[in-house]
Design a protein around this ligand. Structure first.
Ligand code: UDP
Ligand code: MG
Length: 307
């Protein structure tokens, strides 16, 4: 059986379109495997849940897990993987930006070739705001420089995985979840497929710029400690500069008897160093906050209703 894990947040317009499209493909008999739909309602405030209830009453293959509030897509994916029973699991968006027509090919790759996972990436960011693509490019460049775990540029959350890989991902019970990193961290043999960026079938994107920005910081904190090393290196650098400056000032006073004048320069240096110190403290603080949240062992999501 293949389980489809589908996170939905305010997706009343797309849930049913998705369901019909997948069924249309399956009815042609391209894939012998049974299907199971695992919809995750990530605290939607519109009619998503009602539609899911109705679908699951009509069709026993449709299951859903509804959260008590919006916990974010990462939590939804985790819940979906936990509730999926299939021998294979595919995670995909409900807006048909992840074409279900690729599923049979993914299935063949995993069963017939020696792969555990088929992942996808977008070739282009066509149809996306320019600033957003620019920031995304920067993010991938930075994180791949400073992290040992490879995060592929343009990688989508559309994946087809074997049971082995899903279990490995579930065993990683981190609270601060960044799937793109976890997938890569657990390893396994992954084949990459690419496809063109497709417009949403209906509705609007649920990711604001600010949400994406926080998500990227999350990724860097979770998969790299290089910012902490940068902080230490900055500290050493400024100590050296201070030492050299001190020697110059003392030397000049001894040789020329000429005390350095000018407090404006002094003030700017102090303010500058104060700024650097606060920045460094902030970076350290971010890591501590992650430790704090991790040690609290809060639930990743809370189920209000499921079926
Ligand atoms: N999503 C979610 N929780 C959120 C935000 C998004 O479950 O807090 C789901 C959403 O319903 C969709 C998928 O994640 O199925 C991708 O979201 P979207 O299409 O809005 O993102 P984009 O394709 O614009 O990156
Ligand atoms: Mg989308």
């Amino acid at each position: 059986m293949i389980s489809l894990v589908i996170p939905c947040y305010n997706e009343e317009e797309t849930v049913e379109i998705f369901y019909r499209e997948v069924n249309r493909i399956w009815e042609t008999g391209v894939c012998p495997e049974e299907l199971e739909f695992v919809y995750i309602d990530d605290g939607s405030r519109d009619g998503t849940l009602q539609i899911l209830r109705r679908l699951s009453e009509q069709d026993p293959r449709v299951h859903y897990v509804s959260f008590s509030r919006n916990f974010g897509k990462e939590a939804a994916l985790y819940a979906g993987l936990q509730h999926a029973h299939g021998d294979f699991v595919a995670t995909m968006d409900v807006d048909l930006q992840d074409p279900p027509s690729l599923l049979p090919e993914m299935y063949r790759t995993v069963t017939q070739e020696d792969y555990d996972c088929v992942a996808t990436y977008r070739e282009t960011r066509k149809g996306e705001p320019v600033i957003r693509s620019l920031f995304a490019k920067c993010f991938y460049r930075i994180i791949n420089r400073i992290s040992q775990t490879e995060i592929v540029d343009g990688a989508r959350d559309y994946r087809f995985m074997s049971r082995k890989m899903v279990d490995a991902i579930l065993a990683d019970g981190e609270y601060n979840r960044f799937s793109k990193g976890i997938y890569s961290w657990v390893g396994f043999r992954t084949k990459w497929l690419s496809y063109e960026n497709i417009e949403r079938s209906a509705g609007t994107s649920k990711w604001s710029f600010w949400k994406l920005f926080k998500y990227s910081v999350e990724g860097i904190l979770a998969y790299s400690t290089v910012p902490l090393s940068v902080v230490s290196i900055l500290g050493i650098f400024f100590c050296l500069v201070a030492f050299v400056a001190l020697c110059v000032v003392v030397g000049r006073a001894l040789i020329f008897g000429d005390p350095v004048a000018g407090w404006p320069s002094l003030v700017s240096i102090i303010v500058f160093l104060g700024g650097i110190q606060l920045l460094c403290l902030g970076i350290v603080g971010l890591y501590i906050s992650k430790i704090y949240l991790e040690t609290k062992k809060r639930q990743i999501y809370i189920v209000r209703e499921s079926r």
